[in-house]
Design a protein around this ligand. Structure first.
Ligand code: F6P
Length: 320
């Protein structure tokens, strides 16, 4: 490997810049050239490719977002798009590529690997919904951002003796909701993986808690369930308790990465470069059972994971 390309793809996540910085500087330390590919696979197909030096990643470790910018690219889902992407890599002398993104982005990486470009994936998403890993770049910052926001909603919810439904991101996964539910002491946590859509249980719980003197009722609702505004109206009508919905939205994707996101993203960026230098391809860097590891992308994409049962079960007891 002589020249390593790096791109960010899919939704951005805090810590992506730390990973880019690590890729650039570790590669330079190993005597390789680095090319930054802007706007994900879309930028690859448009040949938005820039040379990167150590100084180009100065002053970014603390910044949210991604300096390379990101996109979701439909053209790269097609065999023609993938073929064109591999040819552009060859034209620019890119013989190894590091893709920072989620499952969709790894499918693209898998195709590039099959077309002869050595590829390594890094898990970058706030959703934590990549099966082979216990950690994804950006999750820690996002849950901390959401947790702080929910604390604030809770203050006003208590003052007004309201029920507050707070919707957090996560696409089809409930990890952000579960973590915030525990960290914020939510009375109810609604996860797409678990929710039975029985609103009567929520109504009963709110009424029961009121009888026991609780001044607020926090419901953390996952985006995968959604419909927080209409849910709030129905709950208010059924309980007589004033209810408000707050959708936290894209604020969860921004902000300066936490220490954990900076350190883990930096480590993963270096591992990705080291794997390419060892001649590896079609690998995904992960964090599993307390260790940094790497998996074959095909195997990683076939894995499944579920919400930790025990943590979900203890939620109700902890919010009494
Ligand atoms: O995957 C990250 C994520 O923020 C999800 O939680 C959410 O469903 C989605 O991206 C939102 O995407 P967009 O920024 O395109 O609205």
């Amino acid at each position: 490997i002589q020249t390593i390309g790096v791109l960010t793809s899919g939704g951005d996540a805090p810590g992506m810049n730390a990973a880019i910085r690590a890729v650039v500087r570790e590669a330079i330390a190993k005597g390789k050239k680095v090319k930054g590919i802007k706007r994900g696979y879309a930028g690859l197909l448009q040949e938005e490719i820039i040379d990167m030096e150590a100084k180009d990643v100065a002053d970014i470790i603390q910044r949210g977002g991604t300096i390379l910018q990101t996109a979701r690219c439909q053209e790269f889902v097609t065999p023609e798009g993938q073929q064109k992407g591999a040819e552009i890599c060859r034209k620019h002398g890119i013989d190894g590529i590091i893709v920072i993104g989620g499952d969709g982005s790894f499918k693209g990486a898998q195709k590039l690997a099959a077309l002869g470009i050595n590829t390594i994936g890094l898990p970058g998403t706030i959703d934590l919904d990549i099966s082979c890993t216990d950690y994804t770049i950006g999750f820690d910052t996002a849950v901390n951002t959401a947790m702080e926001a929910i604390d604030k909603v809770r203050d006003t919810s208590t003052s007004h003796e309201r029920c507050s439904i707070i919707e957090v991101m996560g696409r089809g996964a409930g990890y952000i909701a579960l973590w915030c539910g525990i960290a914020n002491g939510a009375e109810d946590i609604l996860l797409p993986e678990k929710y039975d859509y029985d609103e009567q249980k929520l109504v009963n719980n709110i009424i029961e808690n009121r009888k026991r003197g609780k001044q607020h009722h926090i419901i953390v609702n996952a985006e995968g369930i959604g419909h927080s505004a209409s849910m709030a109206k129905r709950i208010e009508a059924a309980t007589g308790v004033e209810t408000r919905a707050t959708i936290l939205g894209h604020m969860q994707r921004g902000g300066s990465p936490t220490c954990k996101d900076r350190v883990y993203a930096s480590t993963m960026g270096c591992i990705a470069v080291d794997l390419l230098c060892e001649g590896k391809s079609n690998r995904l860097v992960a964090y599993k059972n307390g260790e940094f590891v790497d998996y074959d992308i095909d195997e990683a994409l076939a894995m499944t994971k579920s919400i930790p049962e025990y943590q979900y079960e203890i939620c109700r007891n902890l919010s009494r």
